[in-house]
Design a protein around this ligand. Sequence first.
Ligand code: KMH
Ligand code: ZN
Length: 312
Amino acid sequence: MVSKVTARKVIITCAVTGAIHTPSMSPALPVTPQEIADAAVDAAEAGAAIVHLHARNPETGQPDQSPEAFAPFLKIIKQRSNAVINLTTGGAPTMTVDERVRPAAVYKPEVASLNMGSMNFGFFGMLNRFKTFKHEWERKHVENKDIVFRNTFQDIEFVLKTLSETGTRFEFECYDTAHLYNLQYFLDQGLVKPPLFVQTVFGLQGGIGPHPEDVLHMKRTAERLFGDKFIWSVLGAGRHQLPIAAMAAAMGGNIRVGLEDSLWAAPGRMASSNAEQVRLARKIIEGLGLEVATSDEAREMLHLKGGDTLNV
Ligand code: KMH
Ligand code: ZN
């Protein structure tokens, strides 16, 4: 008699718009509050347990980190889905940490992203593919070679302390092994509480590369530093999104997709929506005999406070 094996539950996070890609790059990129809300609800219906959210100026598509810019779509998403809301504290890499933390401070989401170290951000590689832009700001944004995404120890502590009373837990964005050691420091200081949701980011210019050896090295380092205190997820940028998702899912990882991080559905084919990427992630997970975690299962795994606590 074969003993019953329960399939591992895999958390899919969908990051629907972000602050890296610009409207001219893809008609699928959500810009207006209605588009962001619809993308998040559709992604949740396709299997995303968590939706990671940025806001944009509805006319120009420029990143907008004002709390007011988040309100319209947060209300809709809360009404129309049970998805875990994950608000960015990253905003756009050129913003100050005071600006960046405000939406999460106001709305007290179950999850907020937290970037675990300073680094260069270079989006200029996209100029090889995207040559014409509707809005003046887009080209300047993409060709900027002078971006330092500032996340000093003081900045990280500021976000942790600003959000500590809200019950918000974190998606720790780790773009290189140094960021894992930084997270270990905050764990040792008692400023972060397990289970640590570690989002390892691959293939973004300025962070660790997308090679399988890079993925293994981040996994191995996180295991050595955090043992059973962390839950591993992967974010592959651009064309690396699904291959890295497949590799990690086969090794116990969780998956982040979404047009914030990649505009692609397959080599040379752009995604028609965030939900399409979620469906592709679901196929990988179920193809391995694993199951897609529901939002409530993700809440249990990550010790979250419950969706009705969103202050909107
Ligand atoms: N853009 C992703 C690579 C944040 O919003 O805080 C990481 C991210 C950062 O989502
Ligand atoms: Zn983000």
